[in-house]
Design a protein around this ligand. Structure first.
Ligand SMILES: [Cu+2]
Length: 439
C-alpha cells in the first residue's frame, strides 16, 4: 500500500462515506438528499420497509443539483440497516468511490440496558470495504473478474489500519460488508467465541455463539465480544469456502480488520440476556404463491435487468415463497427491496440459527437452493417497482436484477415511466466476455 497521496472520493456530507443516521421505530422521518455530483445518482435505504417511491432504487433518480426528500413512517423492529447509491449500471463505481453509510433503527429491545448500547463506546459501527490504491494513493477501479473488483487494502469506517480501544467488558460491533464484491469470514485472532445477536433485519431470538461469521456484500450482523482487562486481540477475516473453486472470489484471502486493545480497567457489562426478542415467524403454509428465481452469471431467469419491464406482480399484505437457485458457477447473493424476509431452508435443510431471523440479503453459493418466505406489507404502487438482485455490484450492474410491483387485490400492474434512460451511457463498459463468469 502507498500512502501520502490524495484519493478522489465521494461521500455524504463529507469526503467519504456518510453520517450514521439513527431513527426510532414508529417515527415519521424525512431525509433531504441534494446531489452535488456531476452525474445522477440515487440513495437506497437498504433493509427498510417503505413505499416504493421512497426506496431510492434506480427509479428515484436525483439529477445533479436536485434535491430528493422522501418521507415515511418507520414500522419495523430495531436493526442495523444502511444506505447507498443505486443508479442502474453504475452502482458499483458509485459505492466504490465512497458512497454509503449506516442507518440504525432503534427500538426498546435494541437499546435495552441489557445490551451494550452506548454509541462509540461499547456499540460500534464497522463498515468494512476493500480498495486498491495506486502509487499516488488514488482508488484504482481494478479488473473485474469472477465476483467483481477485489481490493488489496481494507478500510474500516473509511480508515486504513485503525485500532479500537476497548473500555467495557462487552462490546457490540455492528458489522456491515459495504464492499462491492468481497465476502468476509470474520473471527478473532485467538479463535475466541463471540455472540451474534442480530442479523440484517434485527435481533435474533437468542444470542448465537460462534467463532466465525460470514458476510457477503451488503449483509450486516451485530456481534458481542467479551474482553478481559489489558487484552489484545485482532478482528480478522479468514480464508473461507465460497463454493466456487477456480473462480476468482477472494476466498483464500485474509486480512487483519481491527485490533482491539482493552484498557487496564473495564466498565462492567451486564450478562447477555438468554432471550433477545421474539421473532415473528412467517408461516410458509400461508403463502399464496411460489416463485422461482434462477441466478445466472449476468441475468435472472434468462432475463437481463430491463428498467421498463415488470418481472413480478405481487399482492399487498400477502405471503409468498421465493425459491432462489444459483445455477451458475460463481457466488451470488440475493437481496429484496422494501422488506425483510426469512430463510425457510437452504438445500432443504433448516438454516443455521444466525440465518433464522430477519434477512434482506442472503448468500447464494453455486448450486444451492434457498427457500425464502416474505410478506409484502402495507404499501402498494402498480407503477413503481422494487428491485430484487445480486448484491455483488458488478453482477447487479451487469443485469442480475429484476423488478416487482406490489398491487392491491385485483389491481393490474401499471406502466413504468421512470429511470428509463439507465444504464447511464458513461458507465464503464462491462467486459463483453464476462471473463471468469460462466452460464
Ligand atoms: Cu452475483
Amino acid at each position: 500500500m502507498t500512502t501520502g497521496g490524495d484519493a478522489d472520493t465521494w461521500g455524504y456530507n463529507g469526503a467519504l462515506l456518510g453520517p450514521t443516521l439513527r431513527v426510532r421505530s414508529g417515527e415519521q422521518i424525512r431525509v433531504n438528499v441534494r446531489n452535488d455530483l456531476d452525474e445522477a445518482t440515487t440513495v437506497h435505504w437498504h433493509g427498510m420497509r417503505l413505499p416504493a417511491a421512497c426506496d431510492g432504487g434506480p427509479h428515484q433518480k436525483i439529477e445533479p443539483g436536485a434535491t430528493w426528500s422522501p418521507t415515511w413512517k418507520v414500522f419495523q423492529p430495531g436493526a442495523t440497516l444502511w444506505y447507498h447509491p443505486h443508479p442502474h449500471g453504475s452502482t458499483e463505481v458509485h459505492v466504490y468511490r465512497g458512497l454509503g453509510g449506516m442507518l440504525l433503527v432503534d427500538d426498546d429491545e435494541t437499546t435495552s440496558e441489557h445490551l451494550p448500547h452506548r454509541y462509540g463506546q461499547d456499540d460500534i459501527p464497522l463498515i468494512v470495504q476493500d480498495k486498491t490504491f495506486d502509487e499516488f494513493g488514488k482508488f484504482v477501479e481494478a479488473d473485474r473478474r469472477g465476483v467483481g473488483m477485489l481490493g488489496t487494502t481494507l478500510l474500516v469506517n473509511g480508515a486504513v489500519g485503525p485500532t479500537f480501544q476497548v473500555t467495557s467488558e462487552l462490546t457490540r460491533f455492528r458489522l456491515l460488508n459495504a464492499s462491492t464484491a468481497r465476502s468476509y469470514s470474520f473471527g478473532f485472532s485467538d479463535d475466541r467465541p463471540f455472540h451474534i445477536i442480530a442479523s440484517d433485519g434485527g435481533l435474533l431470538d437468542a444470542p448465537v455463539s460462534v467463532d466465525r461469521v460470514r458476510l457477503t456484500p451488503a449483509e450486516r450482523v451485530e456481534i458481542v465480544v467479551r474482553m478481559a482487562p489489558g487484552e489484545r486481540v485482532v478482528l480478522h477475516s479468514y480464508p473461507q469456502d465460497l463454493g466456487a473453486p477456480g473462480i476468482p472470489t477472494g476466498a483464500d484471502d485474509q486480512f487483519d480488520v481491527l485490533p482491539l486493545i482493552a484498557a487496564g480497567k473495564l466498565r462492567p457489562s451486564p450478562q447477555l440476556p438468554h432471550r433477545l426478542t421474539r421473532v415473528r415467524r412467517l408461516d410458509p403454509g400461508t403463502a399464496v404463491a411460489t416463485r422461482d428465481f434462477e441466478l445466472r452469471s449476468d441475468r435472472i431467469n434468462d432475463e437481463h435487468m430491463d428498467m421498463a419491464r415488470i418481472d413480478q406482480v405481487v399482492t399487498v399484505d400477502t405471503v409468498e415463497i421465493w425459491h432462489v437457485t444459483n445455477v451458475s458457477l460463481v457466488p451470488h447473493n440475493f437481496h429484496v427491496h422494501g422488506m425483510q424476509f426469512q430463510v425457510v431452508s437452504v438445500d432443504e435443510q433448516p438454516p443455521p440459527a444466525e440465518l433464522a431471523g430477519w434477512k434482506d440479503t442472503v448468500f447464494a453459493p453455486p448450486g444451492v437452493q434457498l427457500r425464502l418466505v416474505m410478506r409484502f406489507a402495507k404499501y402498494s404502487d402498480p407503477d413503481l417497482p422494487y428491485m430484487y438482485h445480486c448484491h455483488l455490484l458488478w453482477h447487479e450492474d451487469a443485469g442480475v436484477m429484476g423488478q416487482f410491483v406490489v398491487v392491491k387485490p385485483g389491481e393490474e400492474a401499471g406502466t413504468v415511466t421512470t429511470g428509463l434512460d439507465w444504464p447511464h451511457p458513461d458507465t464503464p463498459p462491462l467486459p463483453p466476455s464476462h471473463d471468469g463468469l460462466h452460464g
